[in-house]
Design a protein around this ligand. Structure first.
Ligand code: ATP
Length: 286
């Protein structure tokens, strides 16, 4: 078991929860300041120990332990109801664990931070369904993600610095939407909307990205590009990807965690967990 650091929580995150002025968007982490100076001296970006979550006596997470390394690309798989969404809810502060420890880096106690504070500290979450501003252009969506501390209108009329513009151009290239910068986001394909939303999260340069079934509904080519993109992002960011598509998992992850009934059932390479009889029994089938 890993020793839990005793350093105090940064005072900035002990403030009363901040109310999110709210853009109506679902993705968490947009418009927040990037997490700067996260202490990851021990090489672990996320530490969950003995996490329990109960809903009216039902244990959605049961003594769960999970460690994600800095720059790691981790896939989380498991049958329906295994607790994958609840796990992401705990990390992002949407659900409070009944008990257990949750640390971001070495010093930030996630159980004492609000959703907004967690996003500000550098955890970005992408939900399954893309939620971009459909009426705005691709460029404007990225612009808003960069400056969403202002109102939509103020953000759009504010003058972009050369540096900000360069950053948007860089993200456009990363998500392969440079040629569609002026296109209305509502006219993009489902996959392109997903890429745009990932780009909006990247504008904040999060340390840890949580991605829920990112390739659901994508074409084969879009899925392939997503794999390429995630592999490129890993290293600079840590990624936790919840996915049912085993072909996709096989193409990106060198480390897979299998959840079952709220606990970690198996962990290892995809080959290792695929060969595990318990995993075959509860998830993969014979
Ligand atoms: N708010 C809630 N109240 C009561 N039970 C809940 C609540 N949220 C989740 N659960 C239950 O907790 C268990 C874990 O749910 P969770 O959504 O985390 O699973 P999952 O692995 O994400 O499943 P899926 O692959 O279907 O999305 C399920 O049995 C679910 O019904």
């Amino acid at each position: 078991m890993r020793a839990i650091p005793l350093a105090p929580v940064h005072p900035e995150f002990m403030l009363e929860p901040i109310l999110d002025a709210g853009s109506g968007r679902d993705a968490i982490g947009l418009g927040q300041r990037r997490g700067e100076g996260l202490d990851v001296r021990h090489g672990t970006v996320l530490t969950l120990e003995d996490i329990n979550v109960s809903f009216d006596g039902f244990k959605a997470l049961n003594s769960l332990n999970l460690y994600i390394g800095v720059g790691e690309l981790r896939c989380i798989i498991g049958p329906n109801g295994a607790g994958k969404t609840t796990l992401m809810d705990v990390i992002t502060g949407k659900t409070r664990p009944t008990s257990g420890k949750a640390w971001f880096g070495d010093t930030l106690d996630l159980t004492r931070m609000s959703e907004v504070q967690i996003a500000q500290a550098g955890i970005g979450r992408k939900f399954q369904k893309p939620t971009v501003f459909e009426a705005l252009s691709v460029f404007e969506n990225l612009e808003l993600a960069q400056k969403a501390d202002k109102s939509v209108l103020a953000s759009l009329v504010a003058h972009l610095s050369g540096e900000q513009r360069d950053r948007i151009e860089e993200i456009l290239q990363t998500i392969r939407l440079s040629g569609s910068a002026q296109r209305q986001a509502g006219l993009l394909s489902h996959g392109q909307k997903q890429f745009l939303e990932i780009g909006m999260l990247l504008m904040q340069d999060p340390q840890l990205l949580l991605l829920d079934e990112p390739v659901a509904g994508m074409t084969d080519a879009e899925t392939e590009f997503t794999a390429e993109l995630f592999k490129r992002l890993a290293g600079k960011h840590s990624l936790m990807v919840v996915e049912h598509d085993m072909g996709f998992v096989g193409s990106i992850a060198d480390h897979v965690t299998v959840l079952h009934q709220g606990s970690v059932l198996a962990e290892g390479s995809l080959e290792q967990v695929q060969a595990d009889d318990r995993v075959i029994e509860v998830y993969l089938g014979r």
